[in-house]
Each structure stands twice: as C-alpha cells, then as structure tokens.
Ligand binder design. Structure first.
Ligand SMILES: Nc1ncnc2c1ncn2[C@@H]1O[C@H](COP(=O)(O)OP(=O)(O)OP(=O)(O)O)[C@@H](O)[C@H]1O
Ligand SMILES: [Mg+2]
Length: 267
C-alpha cells in the first residue's frame, strides 16, 4: 500500500507519516518511508540513528548522479533525459531505521508551479512515479507542504492520500484544494485528518466546515505537549512517550489503515 501525507506547512504531516511508518514496521510490515521535504525532518520522527542521519544526502542534491542520469548523449544545452533510469536508486541510497524500516530522502522538487523541467525535478518525479509496492510492503510518502508538487507523476499509484488539517480556516481551504486535485488525479481513498485539536469546539468547527464535502473527517489527533517535548529533545515521539495521547491517537489511525489495507488488497 502506498500512502501519501499532504497538507499545509506545519500541520503535522511529518509527525503522522513518521509515526505511522514506525507502527507499520513494528507490526511486521516491510516499510519504506520517503522524505519529499527539503527540511529532511522525517528522520527525527522515525528515530533514525544520529550517525546514520548525519551521512544522509538528499537525492535532489546528488549533482553527479543527477547529471549522470539525465544527460543525453550529444544533446545541446538545456536538453536532457526527462525519464532517467532510476530503478537502482532506492536500494542504493535508502538507510535503515528502527523496527527494520527504511528511509529514502529524496529532497524536494524545486519551482514546481512553473512546471520547471530541470534535471533534479525530472529525477525526483521519476523516482516517485516508479515506486512500486510489493505485497505486504508499505510505502509512506511525506510530501512537502502545499500542493504545487502534486501532479500526475508524483501522485501515480497512491492508494491512500491522508490530507492533514489543523483547526484553522487557511489549513482547511488548502485541504479542500488538495482533495479536489487528488480526485482529479484519480486517487480514490482520500482521508481528512484533523491534528492539534485542543477541544471539542474545534472538532465541531471542522465538522461543520466539511459538512458538505464529499470527504468527511476520518480521524482526529489531539494537541499534545508530549510531542513538542520529544521534538525539543530530538527524540522520535513514539520512543519518547509511546503512551502520550497524541501517539495513542496515531495508533488508532494506524488500526484503521491496517484494516483498510486488508479490505483493499487482501480480501
Ligand atoms: N498533535 C500535536 N500536538 C503537539 N504538537 C504537534 C502535534 N502535531 C505536530 N506538532 C508539532 O508541530 C510542529 C510541526 O509538525 P510537523 O513537522 O509534523 O508538521 P509538517 O506538516 O510536517 O511541517 P512542514 O510543513 O514544515 O514539513 C512540530 O514541532 C511538531 O512537534
Ligand atoms: Mg514535514
């Protein structure tokens, strides 16, 4: 199953993507987490070893590799291969993390709004496009904030799109757009998730707002100071305090997604 996590900046995409990756891995699934964000935060949430983390170079910064894969023999300047060979890249550059999970740091796609076809983008898009999932394998993509990067290439093969919102109008507005675009791109299982919820009033506000949407609220995660604490200490929230209410709520989300996987692929 290929799960992608999207939403406005700072809503909790990385927290949710990383914690879900750990939960799938703990449960025995083969997990590949993909960091498609320039800030490279996913490794913290996953609890990747400091030493391993310090040696990670995002694929988008591997100038030599990009050049080698996108150069077209005999072509002039500005002409390059937009469907580079990438099949070997995940295995070559992924790193191992806790519970046997693996992480591939792609880095972000630059200037997507302009449809920039620079070699870095061609490589990253082709990689996202070619992430094929085997049975009992789970791929979790932590997308960069916003929706500009979402296109036919990057959305290909996404089985489940988790759209994360915080209790704010701005965040919900972007979710509405992401949901609309995801539908257009042919993604069938789209789920709205509220994060950083303080109280029922906020949940009511969101429920009211999405009342007319075709995608109802699927799950909610409370605001939890334990998550901030883990962040400050540079420790994965699931390792810092597995019983924290925020982590517990993501565990409940995990149970729903596991059931969904069963329904989609194994029945
Ligand atoms: N439920 C929560 N309770 C408390 N703090 C939270 C919660 N969810 C996320 N946070 C905190 O909010 C901040 C942003 O979370 P996170 O990095 O997961 O968001 P993001 O959507 O990936 O952000 P970006 O768009 O910058 O990649 C972090 O400091 C994180 O610890
Ligand atoms: Mg993030």
């Amino acid at each position: 199953m290929k799960i992608a996590v999207s939403g406005k900046g700072g809503v909790g995409k990385t927290l949710i993507a990383g914690t879900l990756a750990r939960l799938f891995a703990k449960d025995g699934f083969k997990v590949l987490a993909i960091d498609n964000d320039s800030a490279m935060n996913l490794s913290y949430t996953l609890g990747i070893d400091k030493e391993v983390k310090s040696n990670i170079v995002p694929i988008s910064e591997m100038k030599k590799l990009i050049e080698e894969r996108t150069t077209l023999e005999g072509a002039g300047p500005g002409v390059y291969n937009i469907t580079p060979q990438v099949a070997d890249i995940p295995d070559r550059f992924k790193v191992s993390g806790p519970d046997g999970l693996q992480l591939l740091v792609l880095g972000s796609i630059e200037e997507p709004a302009t449809g920039c076809l620079c070699p870095e983008n061609a490589l990253i898009r082709t990689l996202l496009y070619n992430l094929f999932v085997k049975r009992d394998e789970v791929i979790i993509v932590d997308f960069e904030a916003g929706m500009e990067h979402l296109g036919r290439g990057t959305a290909k093969g996404i089985d489940v799109m988790l759209v994360i919102t915080e209790p704010s109008q701005k965040s919900l507005d972007l979710c509405a757009k992401i949901i609309e675009l995801s539908k257009k791109l042919g993604i069938i299982n789209i789920y709205l998730i509220a994060n950083k919820i303080f109280d029922d009033t906020q949940l009511d506000f969101i429920n009211q707002k999405v009342n007319e949407w075709e995608v109802p609220l699927y799950h909610s995660i409370p605001f939890d100071s334990e998550i901030g604490k883990a962040d400050l200490n540079g420790i994965s929230p699931i390792d810092s305090n597995p019983d924290a209410k925020g982590v517990q709520a993501i565990k409940n989300l995990y149970s729903k997604l596991k059931q969904l996987k069963l329904e989609l692929f194994d029945l």
